[in-house]
Design a protein around this ligand. Structure first.
Ligand SMILES: NC(=O)c1ccc[n+]([C@@H]2O[C@H](COP(=O)([O-])OP(=O)(O)OC[C@H]3O[C@@H](n4cnc5c(N)ncnc54)[C@H](O)[C@@H]3O)[C@@H](O)[C@H]2O)c1
Length: 264
């Protein structure tokens, strides 16, 4: 009879993680590999993808997710290199430089961010759904959303794109459940992906009443209940859960991994 250790074991599974050169994607790729999966790491930054892959005994490749044909080819190449595709993690995403007051957001800023965060994610979902359906053994798609999907604060471009990711996830979960493909959204809260130690947070609980409805991102980070920024590996642990048999009956959910952000 399988044990919890068997449920979490990803041995024999093949995963593809987009945007895995650094940050959360690198943490997720590492966690999946530690759980036994063979991992293909892709990124627009090929050198970084290879560095992540080398560190975890995986494979690295170049992929700009905004190129629909390249996204499909990257997943087909994963199958030809590693034999199959069981898990797709759509992590590639951008947020810096695209925020600000709505009047300052240019058409180019809007389109650039949406082409990565939404179009690219869709291209990879579409290709993975086709491959996994043909394989006939189900699969897992994990879309990296954000707490900004429900609590705006970075700006219309990013916040809107992550709300789209969450709803695309639910729609796909409904469509793909009959063929055994679970599709879930993992929503990181503040996760430190830059060099050096993260800034200190107070961890002071928010006032029970009277808090302003629209709180700034900086204020929320300062009051984050867990009292510290998240680490990419904390996102990785949640990704292993969603990729494994531990979550066999879970599809279409939005899983915040946020240190209590959504309680604020
Ligand atoms: N760090 C956080 O606090 C946080 C919070 C919520 C959600 N997220 C989400 O997590 C994901 C990863 O963010 P991160 O903080 O690790 O960012 P990051 O900037 O550290 O890493 C993002 C990676 O995506 C790659 N990338 C960018 N454009 C790409 C493209 N067109 N094709 C392929 N790869 C591309 C980059 O080269 C980079 O390696 C994003 O979807 C982001 O929106 C992050």
């Amino acid at each position: 009879m399988p044990t919890p250790a068997d449920w979490i074991d990803l041995s024999g599974k093949v995963a593809h993680v987009t945007g895995g050169a650094k940050g959360i994607g690198a943490g997720i790729a590492k966690a999946l590999a530690m759980a036994g999966a063979q991992v293909m790491v892709s990124d627009v930054n090929l050198k970084g993808a290879k560095e992540t892959a080398n560190a975890i005994g995986g494979h690295g490749m170049a992929l700009d997710v905004t190129d629909a044909a390249a996204a499909k080819q990257a997943l087909l190449d994963t199958v030809s290199t590693l034999g199959r595709l069981d898990i797709l993690v759509n992590n590639a995403g951008v947020y810096q430089k695209f925020g600000g007051p709505v009047a300052t957001i240019t058409d180019k800023m809007w389109r650039t961010l949406w082409s990565i965060n939404v179009d690219g994610l869709f291209y990879c979902c579409r290709a993975a759904a086709e491959i996994m359906t043909e394989q006939g053994q189900g699969g897992r798609i994990i879309n990296i959303s954000s707490t900004q999907s429900v609590t705006p604060g970075v700006g219309v471009t990013y916040d809107g794109s992550k709300a789209a990711v969450t709803q695309i996830t639910k729609a796909l979960a409904l469509e793909l459940a009959p063929v055994g493909i679970n599709v879930n959204a993992l929503a990181p809260g503040p996760t430190w992906v830059n060099d050096g130690p993260p800034p200190k947070t107070s961890g002071n609980p928010p006032p029970p009443t009277g808090a302003p409805l629209a709180d700034s991102v900086a204020n929320r980070i300062a009051r984050l209940p867990k009292g510290h920024w998240g680490d990419p590996m904390e996102q990785g642990k949640a990704a292993v859960f969603l990729a494994s048999d531990m979550s066999s009956f879970i599809t279409g959910i939005y899983l915040p991994v946020d240190g209590g952000w959504l309680t604020l």
